[in-house]
Design a protein around this ligand. Structure first.
Ligand SMILES: [Fe+2]
Ligand SMILES: [Fe+2]
Length: 135
């Protein structure tokens, strides 16, 4: 049985229920990816999970960006740019993995882990300051 790489941590909470719930789901997906790699799942299974992760991350970012735009958020540009960096990073990691240039599974999930933790605790942590977020 594979061990979860990322333990959910209250420090990740940003204080907006929908965003916090989605962050938890994204972490669960990364842990699932980690587990699949540990178990030696087939390439197609891993690729499908990557595609699922990419899709859910894209949707999550779109939600945050829509809220920020509607409230004329002061750090919209920086936050949006960091989102784009992660989408590029996921694509790069997937390509590296498919091309076998990223042979260390721990290193792969750790790259995702590091990014998410940093983003949650910096850019996303400021979102609770936005007025009127109820969902
Ligand atoms: Fe964000
Ligand atoms: Fe987020």
């Amino acid at each position: 049985m594979a061990v979860s790489l990322i333990e959910w941590n209250p420090e990740f909470l940003v204080g907006v229920d929908k965003i916090d719930a989605e962050h938890r789901e994204l972490i669960e997906l990364i842990n699932m990816l980690h587990g699949y790699l540990e178990l030696g799942e087939t390439k197609s299974v891993v690729v499908n999970l990557f595609a699922d992760l990419y899709g859910r991350v894209t949707k999550h970012f779109a939600y945050e960006e829509a809220i920020m735009r509607s409230r004329h958020y002061d750090q919209y540009e920086e936050h949006q740019a960091d989102h784009q960096c992660l989408l590029d990073e996921i694509t790069t990691i997937m390509c590296d993995w498919e091309g076998n240039s990223l042979v260390n599974n721990e290193a792969m999930t750790k790259r995702l882990y590091d990014w998410f933790c940093r983003h949650f605790q910096t850019h996303d942590a400021r979102l609770h300051n936005l007025v009127g977020i109820t969902d």
